[in-house]
Design a protein around this ligand. Structure first.
Ligand code: ADP
Ligand code: MG
Length: 164
């Protein structure tokens, strides 16, 4: 189950995150992948906005995880360097996923085996040869947990589905 969308500026990526946030439930896990500058934190800002987090969210550069209070709580993890892998293990990312917060992990590739089995993968890529601000974003459901919500998800992201 996957859907591909496209955004043409940062605010649109936030709006996409906000639209997806409306479907989130406690303990959902979102894994954001993509190169530095792809827009993972920007997307996370939209999710936070959609969850009613009032605080401005930025990349947790000096702390591995930042927690925010909203309609649902949000745990934002940024595994920005591979050598932080051990920190992630120490942190017990799986434990975080067992709290009631929505777990949102940037650069999930490196930690994917530690994460809850049910998750939403959001892969952001810049578009070489196109405008700098365009992003291609694939949203994919991993595990059965999203199956019942996937139609809703597709409807929510419809405004950003690239015309064929
Ligand atoms: P990452 O967390 O993946 O390293 P950031 O979200 O911190 O990326 O940075 C993305 C940068 O790209 C921001 O400066 C943002 O304003 C800019 N940007 C431009 N267009 C887009 C877009 N369509 N979606 C997301 N970010 C965009
Ligand atoms: Mg980031």
């Amino acid at each position: 189950m996957r859907v591909e969308v496209r955004t043409s500026r940062a605010e649109e990526t936030r709006e996409l995150g906000e639209a997806i946030a409306a479907l989130l439930r406690p303990r959902d896990a979102l894994i954001l992948t993509g190169e530095l500058g792809a827009g993972k934190t920007t997307f996370a800002q939209g999710v936070a906005r959609g969850l009613g987090v009032e605080e401005n969210i930025s990349s947790p550069t000096f702390t591995l995880v930042k927690e925010y209070t909203g309609i649902l709580d949000l745990a934002h993890v940024d595994v920005y360097r591979l050598d932080r892998m051990q920190d992630v293990v120490d942190l017990g990312l799986e434990e975080l996923g067992h709290g009631d917060a929505v777990l949102l992990v940037e650069w999930g590739d490196t930690v994917e085996e530690l994460l809850p089995e049910e998750r939403l993968r959001v892969e952001l890529t810049t578009d070489p040869g196109r405008e700098d601000d365009a992003r291609s974003i694939v949203v994919a459901a991993v595990g059965e947990g999203w199956a019942e919500r996937f139609a809703e998800l597709e409807a929510a992201v419809m405004p950003w589905v690239a015309p064929a």
